[in-house]
Ligand binder design. Structure first.
Ligand code: FAD
Length: 400
């Protein structure tokens, strides 16, 4: 039986970051991970914006960065490909396994204790503490904590056990790593419309010969992601001409869309995918998860030092992260809904109207993977063409 100030459940990026921050702010912290290895299995493309890597407190070194990208080719169903050039490195393609291990290692360096092969399967209030039931390599143990941070991913058991529920909209994602000759390894490729209904498909270059090709789709269209991926690989002429067959790797995962209504209760805080802190426009959760995990760690440590782990005190976490990224997530959700409802024809028209030097220049200057609202506001500037302005006014009305 052990006693900690803060116990973090799940050693993904959000959990390791929250644990590091709790410890840095003076809390005796334990990080529990159900798997024997950090970062495995992984359900991610590993495309991290430069800001995401910085937010995690990591330098983009060659030990985990495999490639860097500066733009995107957007492929409509019919029509010309749109080339968006950010002119400078916008994102890194990383090994998630090595990235996650780096973050866990950084937590350990800041005196976080870590237990692998330790699955949390129960949590209950005991006096003023949380009593956590853990199955550690088959052996049941109990651990006590003043504050539990649940960073146990999209199907968070802890959030459920705490009565806070799980995110209701989860997009199934699938990805394979294939031998693929990218047109330009500085650019990711996006495939929109009915190729991945309700979301999009991607090809992210790892190097000259390998790419991560995947997609997520809205389950309401009733199409299995496996079917959609096979169809993309077989029927998309652009992909077909560049693939030389053979799947090197396969990953699956869920992308939670829209944050939980409440991310705290007595002695418990929910962070990362478990709380739905993911960008609805891209499905990326590392940047948003890191922003929130840092706040989670700080507030948990503050609750310990002020001897108040009540829901009221921990609501400061909820306010804190919503102040930082809440508006961006809700705008992102509206963009997701708007784009998700376009027909192939409307999507092609949208891409075609963006394919204009003045607009592409605005995207180069103001496009931001993590904060799309900045670009939307800039697109409304009167210097844009009348047609574009009309379209963006309608778009902005729907999303802002
Ligand atoms: C196909 C796909 C592609 C993606 N691509 C990108 C991308 O390119 N860029 C990006 O930013 N995001 C991407 N994402 C999203 C990203 O992977 C997640 O947002 C991110 O991993 C969330 O981090 P997390 O720490 O909250 O949760 P996770 O990374 O899911 O970590 C949760 C951890 O908790 C552990 N755990 C779960 N239950 C328990 C338990 N009961 N006890 C102990 N441990 C437990 C798990 O083993 C896991 O290690 C993608 C997602 C998918 C599905």
């Amino acid at each position: 039986m052990k006693d900690y100030d803060v116990v973090v459940v799940g050693a993904g990026p959000a959990g390791s970051t929250a644990a590091r921050y709790a410890s840095m702010h003076g809390a005796r912290t334990l990080l529990l991970e159900e798997h024997e290895y950090i970062g495995s299995p992984v359900g991610c493309t590993g495309l991290l914006s430069t800001r995401a890597v910085k937010e995690c407190g990591v330098r983009p070194t060659r030990d985990f960065v495999l490639n860097s990208v500066r733009g995107a080719f957007v492929h409509p169903i019919n029509g010309e490909c749109l080339r968006i050039d950010g002119k400078e490195t916008k994102a890194y393609v990383v090994s998630r396994k090595l990235f996650d291990r780096k973050l866990a290692n950084m937590a350990v360096q800041k005196d976080v204790d870590i237990c692998l092969g330790s699955r949390v399967n129960g949590i209950e209030k005991a006096d003023n503490k949380q009593k956590i039931s853990v199955l550690k390599r088959g052996e049941p143990i109990k651990i006590y904590a003043d504050v539990v941070i649940a960073a146990d991913g999209v199907r968070s058991r802890v959030a459920k056990m705490a009565g806070l529920g799980n995110v209701s909209k989860v997009l199934p994602g699938i990805q394979t790593e294939v031998l693929y000759r990218s047109e330009d390894i500085d650019f990711v490729e996006l495939f929109v419309g009915s190729q991945a209904p309700g979301f999009f498909a991607w090809s992210v270059p790892v190097n000259e010969n390998i790419s991560r090709i995947g997609l997520a789709s809205d389950p309401k269209y009733g199409m299995h992601p496996n079917y959609l991926l096979e169809r993309l690989l077989k029927d998309n002429k652009h992909i077909l001409s560049r693939c030389s067959g053979g799947k090197l790797d396969m990953v699956f995962g869920g992308i939670p869309l829209g944050p939980l209504e409440k991310t705290y209760s007595d002695g418990i805080i929910i962070a990362g995918d478990a709380a739905g802190q993911v960008k609805p426009t891209s499905g990326g959760g590392i940047y948003t998860g890191a922003v929130c995990a840092k706040i989670a760690g700080k507030i948990a440590a503050k609750a310990v030092s002020e001897k108040d782990n009540s829901a009221k005190f921990l609501s400061e976490y909820d306010k804190g992260w919503r102040n930082e990224i809440g508006k961006e997530l809700s705008i992102g959700m509206r963009i997701h809904d708007f784009i998700g409802h376009l027909s192939d024809g409307q999507m092609d028209e949208l891409i075609d109207s963006i394919n204009n030097p003045a607009i592409l220049d605005t995207i180069t200057h103001y496009g931001d993977m993590d904060r799309p609202s900045i670009l939307i506001k800039k697109m409304l500037h009167p210097s844009k063409s009348l047609h574009m302005l009309k379209m963006f006014r309608a778009f902005a009305k729907a999303v802002l």
